[in-house]
Design a protein around this ligand. Sequence first.
Ligand code: HEM
Length: 553
Amino acid sequence: MIFSLVTGLLTIYGCWTWLCLEFNVRRARALGLPVVRTPFDVNGHLWVVVQPFVWKLFAVVPIPWSAYPDIVRFSHRNWNYLEKSNPIQRFGPVWALACPGGVHIYVADPDAIEDIFSRWKDFVRPVHKYEVLSIYGPSLFNAPIEQWPRHRKAVAAPFNESIMKFVWQETLQQTRAMLNYWTSQSAAGIPDLQRDTRTVTLNVLASTVFRETYDFVGSANLKLTNLSTAESFRDALLVVHHYIIHLMVIPYRYLIGPLVPQRLSRIGLAALNLKQIMTKVVTKEKAAIKDGSPGSGGLVTSLVRAIDHTSKRGVLSLKETLGNIFMINFAGLDTTANVLAFMIMRVAGEPEIQDWLREEIMAVTKGRPVQEWEYELFSELRRCYAVFLETLRLYAPVTGLPKTTARGVQSVQIGERTIAIPPGTDVFPMLLGVQTDPRYWDNPFNWKPKRWIACEEGSSGVFGEALMVPRKGTFFPWAEGPQSCLGKKVSQVESVAVLAALLVIHRMRVKSKPGETEDEVRKRVEDCCDDNNFNILLEMNNPAQVGLECFEI
Ligand code: HEM
């Protein structure tokens, strides 16, 4: 009886899914676009949970990924990375992915992409997809479009040059501590590169937000269960961040209570503590404004002061303020940390690039110790910046930038063609596709930081170099237009500071196996970077598989 019921329900579900899929395939074809069909919505809750197991099974079968049919390949949550610019070569600059949940249109034409980013009221951020992130309240990520300018105005204010100076200094200090830890690990190698870059990023963010300095703790000594989440913003944030998927599924208030198992209640308590710490700081900053005192001077001070309490248009409620403080930390943490890890991994496999970078670092800093490096050096370290840009080109942490057509049919010009997109359709600028399109990038799959450096006419050497500016719409890891990333400069300052402090008196090395050539080592590094997932953001599955060492020269 139960078996028949389950079989019946599954059959109905299967038929319904198939009907929806076919309906969406027709909708996509009606637009005159090449259509790829998949039976799963890559972001569908059930499929997100099930698919890692499915791909593990596929990995056992000795068939190359490229040999699978599209229906398999485009069901992978990480297909943007796996396919790169291949769909553009096959389907052209605009094509559709039809799944049971809807039609997704992918755009790979640079001019059309710029147009989409600039028409942010026509191609809106689908805020319902980010609703799960409003753990503490609405933020600029998930506020409805008409509320977004109010949030953006307040949140953008703290991202000024005085914050950047602080980020620069704090990152240099944290990187030095990380290097001390890494050199002490040299016999065993660096145990967890990604965790360490996350700690640096977290410490920098936490102190930028609250002006409190935290010690760097290396991955081997970092135990989540030992953290004092009741007092430290940094520790509470770390636990909340680590268990963010749990907290997206279950609101933290349900994780607190005598009947909840201890493991879960720790997560709930950390989330509650984080809220209390943030509330206390905001209240203190408001009191400081009333007293005329300067406040902590961190990002929260500027944020609270940027909220115009005299006009309704400028006000953020306490809930919205907390929502935005959390969102700044969430958006700024793993994005930067993951790119840093990819960047250090790739640099480690390229001794020649390390020499090239050190030449610049020594010339720009004039060999002074890191403690004396002022923020103004940042803009001169172009080679270091080039390494960061090249890493973002191949390993952008945000690979999908969903937009939805709002307010009626929206037209997009693709070359000579005009495509009229119906309301409520998801449109994706194809970030990794365009960033690896051979029409815009020479040898697009090769990690070549030098492609970003051009020599100014008539000059030579480090000081005669300038940064290459790519064609508009061909490089947009921070998105573009009014809704683009607010923390772009924070991530730039942080990454350049990490790389410069890392290579001034240290080298990174991959532990080579007996008889291994330099090319084989490089291939191992590449394979390690290719072994990645997109659970939330692009990240390596297991950076420790390479065996990295850091030593002083
Ligand atoms: C390499 C590092 C980073 C990358 C690649 C990155 C990428 C992005 C992208 C693609 C968006 C737009 C998302 C969308 O339109 O759906 C975005 C938005 C945002 N990012 Fe970043 N981000 C990085 C670092 C940071 C940092 C360090 C912070 C803060 C400290 C930050 C804060 C934000 C905020 C607040 C927004 C929302 C902007 C708005 O809606 O007005 N990001 N980021």
